[in-house]
Design a protein around this ligand. Structure first.
Ligand SMILES: Nc1ncnc2c1ncn2[C@@H]1O[C@H](COP(=O)(O)OP(=O)(O)OP(=O)(O)O)[C@@H](O)[C@H]1O
Length: 681
């Protein structure tokens, strides 16, 4: 590391020596030297891509550098004013609200904020202070952004392209103000600009090209020493000389891998400040309550999705058309409905079909004349199945159960007395439900018939008795299996989506970089978000539990607090993953794509679509490590079985969530520590 001569440091506000910085294989800053005297305007001039923004970020401590050293007279973030290249304004706030937000960040009192706002308004010809940032023109936004940098009257100003897109008169007045700031208030200002000629107003200019400062001196000295009448011309001469020197082997390119990560001497805030936390929390709350589409997504989406799930997913199919070919009796319509049960003259097939029609809603009978026609409909999927009653079905039943015993009834008679069922088995769910429904209805029909005839109905029963269930109902519905899983999935995804989208929006818009440059710490950022998220999560959870367990009759045999606690805990882990996602992602596209991948993996392995007991044996032990698997089981155990928190299924669910949350927190901590929360192009 190069050291500074003491006299140089005494007079300088900033001294940069031998600075190098590379992004992977791209060398951006090459052995760069720069000296900014105290109380001057330093104009950093250079073409696009020469490394100006990178240099400023290294100076402010937003980026580490690979070698070299930086000395700065100002050491605290609060002494620094920064205007980024992108305007980085909060669109849903008014100009005054944004001044208040940044003013609180800098610890200014409300009266001071008001006074500064009025002062800056007249100086920079700002629009009325109650105008929304989102409705300002590009030039107006730039002026507001400039005003934010000046708000706390900092000692050292770093302005990245402050005059782009401004009216020349306004540009001139800004330059005059900057000169006044340096002469009267002894401020030091570094600014970058593409407009080379306007840099004549600066006390010093640095001509930057290819990651290096080619020359730095007062603009007039530079021009006169090269006999030029414009700065533009002077820059051209330096650039041509630089181009020539690059035709020779380049000795300044640093080829070794950087081994150290060096940071600017600006001390980053580490302690927690309640006023910055409060400013961030109030700003977030204002943002959320003003964005109607966001509010709809936060609250209407869970309401709609929970409702749709309950009415559209997991309920048994109904009115499935089934073809009936009855060769036992062709015209059931004329059979009296109240026939005496033991009247064997009245066709059993017709009486069964009548019973089927009334006993179940699953199938809908479609009469067909012959098997050919029925099978054609089955193939075309016009019907889901086919019931066939052979001629003399009734007599065969009588022979089987009444006139003889099953043991001495010939096989042909047993065959004739069976309802032949052929189903479309290509749809697993529909086929299983129809098979189950037809068998139980047939058994129920015969039991009823035998009962009415005072015969022992055990003859027609399977040698098995289904007792009252310990948990659940005699006729379970798939939706009751799915509901706890859906609830846990929503608990997890809603905060994941909100946290990722919200923080990423701040990051990509540059607002986060700006606020973190002036002092907001990652802890304050995360805590302010956490408080808002807790409020939103509690409202969402209350809404979803109401829909699942009050509006729709999903099994809920427990107290209210334990499932609520599980939902809350699950939501917190979604939020922690959101912190991680927003810290690692640099774009909404990247976050959306990885979020979609996570969604599918986590959902498929949570037991939402199918019981995890059905998973391939090689994966069965591993799958319990899926983020939602154990918590889904815990939610089922609580709501359908009333298991207490001491039950292994339940505390394992809580432990799994805690374990995953810890992982997400550690991941976020590492990303922030080694990369920062800033946006990186
Ligand atoms: N995070 C990053 N990762 C990789 N390359 C980067 C990154 N940020 C900047 N660069 C590259 O570094 C070079 C210098 O970029 P920088 O933004 O510092 O230039 P600049 O002089 O400020 O340009 P402009 O005037 O257009 O803003 C460019 O080639 C840019 O593509």
């Amino acid at each position: 590391m190069k050291s500074f001569p003491m006299d140089e440091m005494d007079k300088s506000a900033l001294c940069v020596r031998g600075l190098t910085k590379r992004y992977d294989s791209l060398q951006v800053l090459r052995d760069l030297n720069m000296t900014v005297p105290e109380g001057c305007i330093y104009g950093l001039l250079g073409p696009s891509g020469c490394g100006k923004t990178t240099l400023l970020n290294c100076i402010m401590g937003n980026l580490h550098y690979d070698s070299g050293s930086i000395y700065m007279s100002c050491k605290k973030q609060s002494q620094l004013g920064f205007m980024p290249q992108d305007v980085a304004l909060i669109e849903s706030l008014s100009i005054f609200e944004m001044f208040t937000y940044y003013g609180r960040m800098f610890g200014l009192s409300p009266s001071k904020i008001e006074a500064r706002a009025e002062e800056l308004k007249s100086l920079l010809q700002l629009p009325p202070l109650d105008s929304w940032n989102g409705c300002l023109s590009g030039g107006e936004q730039r002026r507001v952004s400039f005003a934010v940098a000046l708000l706390h009257d900092p000692e050292f100003l770093i302005l990245d392209e402050p005059t782009v897109g401004l009216d020349p008169l306004l540009s001139q007045s800004i330059w005059l103000y900057l000169v006044e700031l340096t002469t009267k208030s002894k401020k030091t200002i570094i600014l970058t600009t593409h407009y080379i000629e306007e840099a004549r107003h600066a006390h010093m200019v640095g001509l930057m090209r290819g990651g290096n400062i080619l020359a730095e001196a007062p603009p007039m000295d530079l021009m006169s020493s090269h006999n030029c009448s414009t700065l533009e011309e002077t820059f051209l001469i330096f650039s041509q000389a630089d181009e020539q020197s690059h035709k020779l082997p380049d000795e300044t390119i640093i080829s070794q891998e950087p081994s150290l990560k060096l940071w600017s001497p600006i001390t980053k805030q580490t302690s927690f400040s309640f006023s910055r936390f409060k400013a961030q929390l109030l700003k977030n709350t204002l943002y959320v309550t003003r964005e109607v589409p966001l509010l709809l997504i936060l609250f209407l989406m869970p309401i709609m999705q929970c409702t749709f799930q309950n009415v559209a997913v997991g309920l048994d199919p109904t009115k499935l058309p089934i073809a009936v070919v009855n060769h036992d009796h062709y015209d059931c319509a004329h059979i009296p409905t109240h026939t005496h049960a033991c009247d064997w003259e009245s066709p059993i097939s017709c009486r069964f079909l009548n019973y089927l029609h009334h006993a179940t809603d699953t199938v809908h009978i479609v009469n067909k004349h012959n098997l050919l026609e029925a099978e054609r409909d089955l193939k075309k999927n016009n019907v889901w199945g086919l019931l066939y009653f052979a001629p003399n079905f009734t007599q065969a039943i009588a022979a089987r159960y009444v006139n003889a015993s099953v043991l001495n009834t010939p096989d042909e008679v047993l065959d004739t007395g069976a309802v032949n069922v052929r189903l479309d088995m290509s749809n697993h769910v529909v086929a299983n439900i129809m098979t189950m429904d037809l068998s139980t209805t047939l058994i129920d029909f015969f039991r009823k018939l035998f009962h009415e005839c005072h015969w022992p109905d055990t003859v027609v029963q399977l040698p098995m008795r289904i007792e009252e269930p310990i948990y659940g109902t005699r006729r379970p519905v798939f939706t009751h299996f799915q509901s706890p899983a859906i609830l846990v999935a929503f608990d997890f995804y809603l905060p994941l989506l909100f946290t990722t989208a919200f923080l990423l929006h701040e990051k990509v818009s540059g607002v986060l970089e700006r606020t973190m440059t002036v002092g907001l710490t990652p802890l304050e950022l995360i805590l302010a978000h956490l408080v808002l998220q807790v409020v939103i999560t509690n409202l969402q959870t209350a809404l979803m539990h109401f829909i699942f367990y009050v509006l729709f009759d999903n099994p809920f045999v427990c107290s209210v607090w334990l499932p609520f606690l599980l939902s809350f805990w699950q939501a917190m882990s979604g939020m922690f993953l959101g912190f991680f996602m927003s810290a690692v992602s640099n774009s909404h596209v990247m976050a959306m794509m990885s979020g979609t991948g996570i969604f599918f993996f986590v959902t498929f392995t949570s037991g939402l679509l199918w019981p995890l007991e059905g998973i391939h044996s090689s994966m069965r032990d591993l799958i319990w490590w899926s983020p939602l698997a154990l918590s889904t089981e815990a939610m089922r155990g609580i709501t359908a079985r009333n298991w207490p928190i001491t039950h292994p299924h339940i505390y394992k669910g809580f432990l799994a969530i805690t374990g995953w949350s810890t992982l997400f927190i550690i991941g976020t901590y590492l990303v922030i520590k080694y990369r920062g929360f800033h946006y990186r192009k």
